[in-house]
Design a protein around this ligand. Structure first.
Ligand code: ADP
Length: 646
C-alpha cells in the first residue's frame, strides 16, 4: 500500500478520497488554487501545495505543477478524482514517466475509450451490444446510412462529450441540415468534425454498470440507474435500477466486464448503456454508449448497496494488489439514492448560483459527501455543487422516503439551492413507481418547479419572520419596548416573485399575514412558530438581508429594506411615519417649509444604520412631531405635509 498520495482535485471528491486514505493510514497531499486556499479539502489533507490561480487552467489542469508537487512531497501516487485530468492519457503518461503511479487505468485504456466510433468498433469486437447505427470512418454517404438505420436517428460527434455535436433527426428531409449543424459544432468544440449515426432510442433509460479491473480481469458491482437527467446532467441516481430482472442484470454485468477486459482495464470504471424501455425492460435491449475511465460522481450508491469502498479498491489495485474479490462474492443489499445538491436558481432556469454558506446543516443518518463547511463560499470559479446526499434503505420505497426526509431536513442559507426541486422530484409519482426514463424531468418540469415553490404558509412565515427579524435586531437599543413595538403596525412584504404579503402585528407574538390567495395567523413564542393554531417545526434563519425559512423545503428570501415599505404606508395622506423603531438623528424641516418630492425630512437611525425619510410629494410642512434625539416606535407620525403646490 502507498505511504502517501497526492490528490489532483478539489471539493467533495478530494475530501472523500482523503477520508479513505485516513482510514488506511495513507498520507495525503492536497493541491489547491488561490481561491481554494482555505477550503475543506486543504484543511483535511496532511500537506497542501498551492498551484496558484483561480480558473482550472491556472490550477487543477496544470499537470506539470501537480507532478512537481507530488515529487516535492514524496507522494508515490496521484489520484485524479473525476473531471480535470482524470481522463487525460497524456497526463497519465507524464505521471508514469516521472516514476509515480497513476491511480486509475492505463493511458491506452483511456485512449481506446476516448473516441466514440473507435470505442464502438472495439465493443462490437468484444461482443458488447451497441446502438444499431453507422460508425465507420468514411463520411461521404451518411444520408444513405441514416435511411438504412431508419428514422428517428441521432447524429453524434465521434469526439463528443457533454452533448455537444449531438443532433436528433426525425425525417430524411431534415438530415442534410442537421448533419451540417452537428459537424460545425463538433469542429468548433473538438477540432474534429467526424460523426457517427445511431438509431434514436425513443424511451431511453440510462443504466450504467460499475466495473473494477486489475489490468487482467474485471468484476462488476451491478448497475446504477441515472435516468433522471436534465439536459443530459444527472440529477438523482439510484442503485439497483428499478424493475431490473436477474437475467438483464447478468447480461449487462457480463457485457460491462467484457468491455473492461477488452481494454485491460485497471481501477474503477463505468460502462454506460442506453436501454430501450419503450415497453418495460428486456434483457436484449441495452446498448453500449460509452465507458467513463474514472471514478464516477454517483459511485456512493454502489458503495451503499455493495458495502465496498471503491477508493480503497483503487488504492489497493494501483499499489499492485490484485482484485480484492471474485464476482460471486459480490451481492446487493437494499436500495440507495443519491441527490446532487447544487447552488442554483431553479425558477430562473437552473442557473448556477454563488454565495457564502452562512448556514449549512445536513440531515442526520444520510451519507454526505461535501467539499464545503458552514461559512465557506460557493465561488463562480468551479462547479456549484454543495453536496451529494446518499441514503440507503432495505428496499426502494423506504430509501425513497429517506431521501425525501433527508432533503427536507437539510438547511442551507446564503445561496439559493435546488433542494426544493430535488424534494419535489423525490415525491414524483412516476419516479416512485420506478417508471423512469431520461425524458421524465423535462416532461414534468413545470409541475416540478411549481411544486418546489413555497406554499402560502411558508410565505406567511417568511413575511412575519422578516418583520420580526428587523425588530429583533433592534432589540438591544429598544429595551423596554415589546419585541414588535407597542403600536399596531401593518407592514408589507414584497416577495422576489412580486407577490406581496400584508403583515399585521396583533400583539408582540401574534401576526396576521394576508397573501393574495390566503390568510394565516402566526404565533411566535420566542422558541417555536405556530401557524393557524398548530405548532410547527420550522426554523427561520437570517443573516444581514438574507433570510430562509426551513420548513420541509427551504425557502430563501431577501429581507426587504423596511424603508421600501414606507411609500406604501399611509400613501397619499402627507404623513411620514417611522417605518421601524429608531432614534431620530436629524430633523431637516420646520413647520411652514416648502418641500419638493424626494427632499429629506429627517434621519432615523435604526438597525445601526441611518435612514433618510423623504417627502413623498411636493408640499408644505404643517407639523413636525419629533425632535432630534427622540426614540420613536414604528408607525408613529413624524412629519405632516399638506400636499400640492401652494
Ligand atoms: P456525451 O458524451 O456528449 O454526453 P452520450 O453518448 O453520453 O453523449 O449521450 C448523452 C445522453 O444522450 C445519454 O445519456 C442519453 O440520454 C442520450 N442519448 C445518447 N444516445 C442516444 C440514442 N441513441 N438515443 C436516444 N438518446 C440517446
Amino acid at each position: 500500500m502507498f505511504n502517501k498520495i497526492l490528490i489532483a482535485n478539489r471539493g467533495e471528491i478530494a475530501c472523500r478520497i482523503i477520508d479513505t486514505c485516513r482510514r488506511l493510514g495513507v498520507g495525503t497531499v492536497a493541491v489547491h488554487s488561490d481561491v481554494d486556499a482555505q477550503s475543506r479539502h486543504v484543511a483535511l489533507a496532511d500537506e497542501a501545495i498551492s498551484l496558484g490561480g483561480a480558473t482550472p487552467a491556472e490550477s487543477y489542469l496544470r499537470g506539470d505543477a501537480i507532478i512537481a508537487a507530488a515529487q516535492a512531497t514524496g507522494a508515490q501516487g496521484i489520484h485524479p478524482g473525476y473531471g480535470f485530468l482524470s481522463e487525460n492519457p497524456d497526463f497519465v503518461e507524464a505521471v508514469e514517466a516521472a516514476g509515480l503511479r497513476f491511480i486509475g487505468p492505463s493511458a491506452e485504456a483511456i485512449r481506446a475509450m476516448g473516441l466514440k466510433d473507435a470505442a464502438k468498433a472495439l465493443m462490437v469486437e468484444a461482443g458488447v451490444p451497441v446502438v444499431p447505427g453507422y460508425h465507420e470512418a468514411a463520411q461521404d454517404n451518411l444520408a444513405a446510412e441514416a435511411d438504412k438505420i431508419g428514422y428517428p436517428v441521432l447524429i453524434k460527434a465521434v469526439a463528443g462529450g457533454g452533448g455537444k455535436g449531438m443532433r436528433r433527426v426525425d425525417a430524411a428531409k431534415d438530415f442534410a441540415q442537421e448533419l451540417e449543424a452537428a459537424q460545425t459544432e463538433a469542429q468548433k468544440a473538438f477540432g474534429n468534425a467526424a460523426v457517427l449515426i445511431e438509431k434514436y432510442v425513443t424511451t431511453p433509460r440510462h443504466i450504467e454498470v460499475q466495473v473494477f479491473g486489475d489490468g487482467k480481469q474485471a468484476v462488476h458491482l451491478f448497475e446504477r440507474d441515472c435516468s433522471l437527467q436534465r439536459r443530459h446532467q444527472k440529477v438523482i441516481e439510484e442503485a439497483p435500477a428499478p424493475g431490473m430482472t436477474p437475467e438483464m442484470r447478468d447480461a449487462m454485468g457480463q457485457a460491462a466486464v467484457r468491455a473492461a477486459e477488452a481494454v485491460g482495464y485497471a481501477g474503477a470504471g463505468t460502462v454506460e448503456f442506453i436501454v430501450d424501455a419503450s415497453d418495460g425492460l428486456h434483457a436484449d435491449r441495452f446498448y453500449f454508449m460509452e465507458m467513463n475511465t474514472r471514478l464516477q460522481v454517483e459511485h456512493p450508491v454502489t458503495e451503499a448497496i455493495t458495502g465496498v469502498d471503491l477508493v480503497e479498491w483503487q488504492l489497493r489495485v494501483a499499489s499492485g494488489e490484485g482484485l480484492p474479490v471474485k464476482q460471486e462474492d459480490l451481492s446487493i443489499t437494499g436500495h440507495s439514492f443519491e441527490a446532487r445538491i447544487y447552488a442554483e436558481d431553479v425558477p430562473a432556469g437552473f442557473l448556477p448560483a454563488t454565495g457564502v454558506l452562512h448556514r449549512l446543516q445536513f440531515a442526520q443518518g444520510a451519507r454526505i459527501d461535501t467539499g464545503v463547511r458552514q461559512g465557506d463560499e460557493i465561488s463562480p470559479h468551479y462547479d456549484p455543487m454543495i453536496a451529494k446526499l446518499t441514503v440507503h434503505g432495505p428496499d426502494r420505497a423506504t430509501a425513497l422516503g429517506q431521501l425525501t426526509h433527508a432533503l427536507k431536513a437539510t438547511q442551507i442559507g446564503g445561496t439559493v439551492t435546488n433542494i426544493g426541486f430535488l424534494a419535489a422530484l423525490s415525491l414524483h409519482e412516476g419516479f416512485a413507481a420506478g417508471d423512469v426514463d431520461t425524458g421524465l424531468i423535462e416532461r414534468d418540469l413545470d409541475a416540478l418547479i411549481a411544486q418546489a415553490a413555497p406554499c402560502s404558509k411558508t410565505r406567511a412565515l417568511a413575511a412575519a419572520a422578516s418583520l420580526g427579524l428587523h425588530h429583533a435586531q433592534d432589540l438591544p437599543d429598544f429595551a423596554g419596548q415589546s419585541l414588535w413595538g407597542g403600536v399596531e403596525q401593518i407592514a408589507h412584504f414584497a416577495f422576489e416573485d412580486a407577490e406581496e404579503a400584508r403583515v399585521e402585528t396583533l400583539s408582540g407574538t401574534r401576526f396576521k399575514v394576508t397573501l393574495p390567495d390566503a390568510t394565516h395567523e402566526l404565533t411566535h413564542d420566542g422558541q417555536a412558530w405556530g401557524i393557524d393554531g398548530t405548532k410547527i417545526a420550522a426554523a427561520v434563519w437570517c443573516n444581514g438581508n438574507q433570510g430562509a425559512v426551513f420548513w420541509g423545503d427551504t425557502y430563501a428570501f431577501t429581507v426587504p429594506d423596511p424603508l421600501a415599505r414606507d411609500a406604501d404606508q399611509g400613501a397619499g395622506d402627507g404623513v411620514t411615519r417611522a417605518p421601524m423603531p429608531g432614534l431620530v438623528r436629524v430633523v431637516d424641516v420646520a413647520a411652514g417649509a416648502q418641500v419638493k418630492a424626494g427632499d429629506r425630512l429627517l434621519v432615523l437611525e435604526a438597525m445601526k444604520m441611518e435612514h433618510a425619510l423623504r417627502a413623498e410629494a411636493d408640499g408644505t410642512v404643517i407639523e413636525v412631531m419629533a425632535s432630534a434625539g427622540d426614540q420613536v416606535t414604528a408607525g408613529v407620525a413624524l412629519v405632516r405635509l399638506e400636499l400640492g403646490d401652494d
